[in-house]
Every structure is written in C-alpha cells, then in structure tokens.
Design a protein around this ligand. Structure first.
Ligand code: FE2
Ligand code: FE2
Length: 167
C-alpha cells in the first residue's frame, strides 16, 4: 500500500476525515480531494527536490491542513476564511490526533504569506507551496478539476487516490 493511502486509512479511524468530502474547497473540488492532491504532490515535490524530509509527517500534515470541517462559502461569521481556517483546522486536528510539531506547523502556517508568520520547517514550506498550486488549478478548472475522480466515494479512498494521481 502506498504511503498516502496508508496515512489516510490510519487517520480515517476515529476521526471526521470523511466529512471533508461533504464540503467544497474550490470550484467543484471537495476538501477531501483537495487534501489528497496536496499530499500527493507534496511528496512528489519533496522527492524531486532530493531533500531530506519526514515523509509520514509531511503526508499527515498535508491531509489535515484544511481539516476545518465547515462550508466556508456559507458566510456564517467565522471571520475571513483565508485568515482563520488554519487555526480552525489545527484545533480540530489537535482534538482528534496526536500531532507532532512538524504536523502542527504544516497546518498552522500553510496560508503564508496571507497569514504573516512563515513556516518554520521544510515540510511546512512544501505544503504551503503545493497548496497554492492545487488551489489555483482547482479554481481555474472549476468544472473539470481532477476530472477522472468521480463524485463522492468516501468509502473508496483507494479508488479516489488512484484516480486523482492520473488527472
Ligand atoms: Fe487552506
Ligand atoms: Fe488547502
């Protein structure tokens, strides 16, 4: 089993990970799909760069970086989403998982430079950059992002993942 899937299956136990498929992130892409793509491309970038990094922490942090668990388009007074959602995601993730400092930093700092404090480890820098790439891709391909991924398949993470890497 590959490493992103392995982490997903583990995180999925006793958590609300699947709920992320109920909320839209950008265009027609759910938060779950978005985070799978960010995790996948983060390890791809880290491998391409040939740097040393903590792989499982990079993947777990990437999968949880948008674990805020609400529809951010509903205008329900949570402040400006871009600024507030990293803290909301971290609060939820801290409640549901035993996080490392690297994982916490990935989640908390992924919106830099919108939120002014920069990441402090390479894993968090990578997710911060890949998140922007995936977000732009999803926004400019509103209808067709990750086209091969069928709509909701929350019980089929394997298929979801296989499809996403082929987009
Ligand atoms: Fe985010
Ligand atoms: Fe994101």
């Amino acid at each position: 089993m590959n490493s992103v899937l392995y982490c997903m299956e583990k995180l999925n136990k006793n958590s609300k990970l699947r709920q992320m498929d109920d909320y839209i992130q950008h265009g027609s892409t759910s938060c779950l799909k978005h985070t799978i793509a960010v995790a996948y491309y983060s390890i791809k970038l880290a491998d391409r760069l040939g740097i040393k990094y903590k792989k499982s922490e990079l993947i777990r942090g990437a999968l949880l970086h948008d674990y805020f668990l609400y529809d951010w388009h509903d205008g329900n007074g949570r402040g400006v989403h871009g600024f507030t959602h990293p803290s909301a995601a971290l609060k939820n993730a801290d409640r549901d998982f035993a996080l490392t400092e690297t994982e916490r930093n990935i989640i908390k700092r992924h919106m830099f430079p919108l939120t002014p404090i920069p990441p402090k480890c390479r894993e968090a820098w990578i997710v911060c950059m890949v998140d922007k790439y995936c977000s732009l891709y999803e926004t400019f391909n509103r209808k067709t992002a990750y086209e091969k991924v069928q709509t909701k398949t929350p019980d089929k993470f394997t298929e979801l993942y296989k499809e996403i890497i082929n987009f």
